[in-house]
Design a protein around this ligand. Sequence first.
Ligand code: NAP
Length: 320
Amino acid sequence: MSEQNLRVLIIGGGPAALTAAIYASRANLDTTVIAGYQSGGQLMLTSEVENFPGFPEGIMGPELMDGMRRQAERFGSKFIDADATRVDFSARVKKVYVDDDVYEGEAVIVATGASAMWLGLPSEEKLRGRGVSSCATCDGFFFRGKEIAVVGGGDSALEEALFLTKFATKVTLIHRRDKFRASKIMQDRAARNPKIEIVGDTVIEEVLGENKVEGIRVHNFKTAETKEIALDGVFVAIGHRPNTDIFTGWLEMNEKGYLVVTNETETNVKGVFVAGDVYDYRYRQAVTAAASGCKAALDAEHYLEALAGEPAEILTAQNW
Ligand code: NAP
């Protein structure tokens, strides 16, 4: 088996997948990226990225993703702009299906990411990127001196609310119950922060505004009161869902569906590696996703190098 024949399949289209593709194709591996219909990942939903190193003036999310993709293509990565629909990791040669088409590789890097959960309001969707955001680290800076709301009752919501007090003059934390899921320490911090007003038993019925957020209409279950609050931004922090459905039964997951790594980027299946938000629910940054994409590609490369040295009967074995 020559090195050129060793194939890597990368599933995903965000910074983890694209960085893995840059490294894998530069290592002379035959690299195919199954990038999804919405190639580019969560950064396609943000506007300006100001915290990715190397862009002192900031860069638009889609432009950054386009640059990463072109960089991967320059070294020979091939792209399939469709969603992987099924996998078969039972043998040494792994299979990834896109409907009836099958792609095969000796190594697979899973970088399918996670998707922010949204409230599901049409007005929320209309104003996404125009004051409605799911990422305080990405967009908080744009709300300097403004009033905003954060929705959710978990650690993410409280962490975002606390972080946003660095910019906003007031943060209204809206939670659908009167008890928080967040850790006690986060609750205490939020309660002590004079810029945070906690509004429990309340849901957002509508985000108000035509071209940008101008307020919210909320409903309180306990008092049955409905009212409007004028503000400039809404941060939805009700959790993320990892995109791991197609790996059920193949890869180990935690109770929330995030993939479990056994050693840095390795999974319970030999030759299948992971990168980015699909396993990392803690940092969730473009730069950390890119870094783990690099690690996964290097680990895949080492795995394939070792594989190339195996005797032919092992390489051709059906069962792995
Ligand atoms: P989470 O713990 O699942 O909390 C989601 C919150 O959003 C819950 O309070 C939930 O309300 C609310 N929610 C869900 N759907 C909603 C809807 N449709 N409308 C209104 N509210 C809705 O998610 P997370 O906060 O993202 O945390 C995920 C994991 O990461 C957790 O294990 C967390 O501890 C961890 N994390 C840790 C840190 C840290 O340690 N610094 C920071 C961030 C996250 P209910 O409570 O009523 O269900």
